[in-house]
Design a protein around this ligand. Sequence first.
Ligand code: SF4
Length: 317
Amino acid sequence: MKLIAPEYYTKFHCIADKCRHSCCVGWEIAIDPDKLVYYRSIEGEFGARLQKGIAEADDAAQFILDEEERCPFLNRTGLCDMIMALGEDALCQICRDHPRFRNFYADRTEIGLGLCCEAAGELILSQQEKLTLITLEDDGAADLPDIADESLLAWREELFALAQDRDKPIELRAAEILQTAGRTLSQHSWAEWAEIYLELERLEPSWADRLLELKETDLTGISLPDAMAWEPALEQLLVYFLYRQTPLALDDGEYEGRAAFAVLSFAMIRRLLLVHFALHGSVVLADLIEIARQYSAEIEYSDENVEILLYRIQEAL
Ligand code: SF4
């Protein structure tokens, strides 16, 4: 079995106490069964604190977040008391993994970093080179490729080629991906898309504010300043969604829909960036990283939200 990743993957580091949107705040933190047994075995003062911080119901366990929705082990300096008391190996699977995601194939696993993490977003969106996938691990096993996997990966290569065709502006590349997928997004105006996103479940109130701004801001004649300088970051954004989202079609069969969802996600974030520029008069890469972080957390990490958007894309057929 091989483990494949984007080349930038190994450069990722969690910025811990410097993170402004820690994944230890506002998210449910499920505890895997092995770690639960381990946590229950810890004695002494820290063991007592651990027992108090865990809730179990219906065979599932999670940490009990405080009134500010913070993990009970995230201290006020932004560091993890669990790591300080028991070491990094004590972390449950979800804490060790985040912000990594994995997609599985018969002969390989692909791993990546989610844009919901600001450190990952900065790393991904500041890449200048086209995406290169590398083999991180190979146990030498002669796993046979699956025919459906092979054809998905070949199709995704075609989509990558369209997304990374630097002779064309990024909007045209995105439009060509939609055309290849036989899908359109023009069944709704941007104000209507904003309305659709407003109907989805939400984490942060400021996400609704952004969507309302999108709904209400007239962007006629507005374009990003120094548009060419934005092309590499916007290309990374589009390629990220293709890399992460299209393989999920192997589970739900939404091959064209997933490609269109990648374009919709790219286009929504680009549009929100334009709104930011229209309202504030300036825009920098940090704004794109923040909008992408919020989008990823609000949409990509909710299966229900993604399903609704896939349905809305499908509606136009
Ligand atoms: S969101 Fe990213 S940078 Fe922030 S604490 Fe989590 S893993 Fe670290």
